[in-house]
Design a protein around this ligand. Structure first.
Ligand code: FAD
Length: 495
């Protein structure tokens, strides 16, 4: 290693020393294409160390739920394979981020560490502390935007304030620049070979025990998904080929499976929103007829909702715990473990709700329309605190997202920034009849109802004797709706 000698002592290592490697710290950006931090690291011309830190020790970091851990395992495995095809590999560490990063930087004499930004409160705090510690250690720390179309602080009202309402936020976002074009994956990565006999030890992926063993509850997940970057691109191609042309018209119908199902890939950064944005635009331009633009616009607006959730998370780091509207602190939520269990296991007696909850348990994912119905059912029909639902989703969704999940729950509950009106209490029977008119979705997830005719599949309780094994309704819609409206009204009048 080249070292300058000044006054007989070895000089402090300088950033200009080309022998010093660069560390690429992967976080929620588990891909090699359109990864700005990775491209920047490769462009330094230095040897590279690719790492992932599994941190369950630093204060404030929310532990991943079971389904997300399963997804993470597959993503890390795929990323390691993708890096190896370019000459590098992924080293996995377990423990406190600060200890590992500072230790590794010192041990390898790294010149720099690059990463793509995260937006949760604890993560930002950790990154900030780390950045200054690295600086003191003579290591350059550089962060990039690999997760969003626009940084949360870039979109502001004319008065410089953050937005509270989605439509105004999205209008302003679209008036700024177009999302930048995605970057190609670096063709080749030059790996740094460190001396593993000393210092920090990497662990194997298996050591992290991210996948379930006994019981192995992940078989439904395995048959539903192919994790990793290639899986994301295959999924995107399928969506662009088959579904985007009907997206605006069919996206609300769970029986049609017309949405992209890219949410877990976005959550873990197996694909970037910029890649989606531009690929959808290119496919639509190639198609070139009027109705396609409506589909494109609708799809891009959904990406806009994701941006808005991050905008909220950035401003409200405690989004998953605290009502954005403080008057909701006085909401008389019910404690009802039996009803909560019936909801979690898909045994409420409302087929549309139960089908959604069983789809979630089996695949780790649920259609957006059904998410809204099941969430509304928990919060309004059962008057159970939205945080209990958020936590269940956090544990069972493969796309459990620190911004989208709490922001959506608060939206449904009415406690959020730009919330659904309090008097909107979805009728789960009418919603089922409207968005799954033939009962195809119900039949897929509730086999005990599969022989019912479409005319009664959403209201089996009105039939006699032929719904063996399917539960009675745990609440009656009419009474539950009246109870919810009263509770919400009381809240408004007392606050
Ligand atoms: P598409 O319709 O193909 O949309 C493309 C992408 O846009 C999605 O992958 C997603 O990243 C984004 N998107 C779409 N709809 C929304 C939305 N309403 N809000 C924010 N972003 C959106 N989404 C998550 O990614 N993670 C969550 O943990 C999550 N929890 C939710 C909880 C509740 C109660 C509700 C009502 C919604 C939740 N959503 C969550 C939002 C939405 O349901 C999913 O993003 C969507 O169903 C994913 O399916 P898709 O990829 O086929 O979406």
């Amino acid at each position: 290693m080249a070292r300058l000698r000044l006054h007989g002592r070895p000089a402090e290592p300088t950033l200009s020393d080309p022998e010093r490697p660069v560390i690429l710290w992967f976080r929620a950006d588990l891909r090699i294409s359109d990864n700005p931090a990775l491209n920047a690291a490769a462009a330094t011309g230095r040897k590279i160390i690719c790492i992932f830190v599994h941190d369950e020790e630093s204060p404030g970091l929310r532990p991943l739920g079971g389904a997300a851990r399963w997804w993470l395992h597959g993503s890390l495995e795929a990323l390691d394979g993708d890096l190896r095809r370019r000459g590098a590999w992924l080293s996995i560490y377990r423990g406190r981020t600060q200890t590992i990063i500072l230790g590794l930087a010192a041990e390898t004499n790294a010149a720099a560490i690059f990463w793509n930004r995260r937006y949760g409160g604890a993560e930002r705090q950790l990154d900030e502390t780390l950045k200054s510690a690295l600086k003191t250690q003579g290591v350059e720390a550089k962060s990039f935007n690999g997760h969003l179309l626009h940084e949360p602080w870039e979109i502001r009202t004319k008065a410089g304030q953050p937005f509270r309402v989605f439509s105004a936020f999205w209008r302003a976002a679209q008036e700024t620049r177009d999302p930048v074009l995605p970057l190609p994956a670096p063709a080749r990565l030059e790996p740094f070979r460190s001396d593993h006999r000393k210092g920090l030890q990497a662990v194997t992926l298996a050591d992290l025990a991210l996948e379930p063993s006994t019981p192995d509850w992940a078989s439904g997940l395995r048959s539903s998904w192919r994790r990793g970057e290639q899986g994301a691109h295959d999924q995107l191609d399928r969506f662009l080929d088959k579904h985007i042309g009907n997206y605006a018209g069919f996206r609300d119908y769970p029986d049609r499976a017309a949405t992209s199902r890219l949410s877990p890939y976005l959550r873990f950064g197996n694909i970037s929103p910029r890649q989606l944005w531009h690929a959808a635009a290119a496919a639509t331009h190639a198609e070139g007829h009027g109705t396609s633009y409506r589909n494109l616009e609708k799809f891009q607006t959904e990406l806009g909702w994701r941006e808005f959730s991050y905008h909220l998370l950035y401003r409200h780091p405690d989004l998953a715990n605290r009502n954005l509207q403080p008057q909701f602190d006085a909401m008389p939520w019910r404690i009802d473990p039996q009803a909560l269990r019936a909801w979690q296991t898909g045994r409420t007696g409302y087929p549309f709700v139960d089908a959604g909850m069983r789809e979630l348990w089996h695949t780790g994912w649920m259609h957006n329309r059904v998410r809204m119905i099941v969430a509304s059912f928990l919060v309004k029909h059962l008057l159970i605190d939205w945080r209990q639902g958020e936590q269940w989703f956090w544990d069972t969704l493969v796309d459990a997202d620190p911004a989208n999940n709490p922001a959506s729950w608060q939206w449904v509950a009415g406690s959020g920034a730009d919330a659904a009106p309090y008097f909107r209490v979805f009728n789960p029977v009418l919603q089922g009849e409207k968005f799954d008119p033939d009962g195809t979705y119900i039949r897929r997830w509730l086999p005990e109802l599969s022989s019912l005719p479409s005319s009664s599949i959403h209201r089996p309780c009105e039939l006699e004797g032929i719904t063996a094994g399917y539960p009675e309704r745990i609440v009656e819609h009419k009474q539950a709706r009246a109870r919810a409206l009263q509770a919400y009204k009381d809240l408004r009048t007392t606050s």
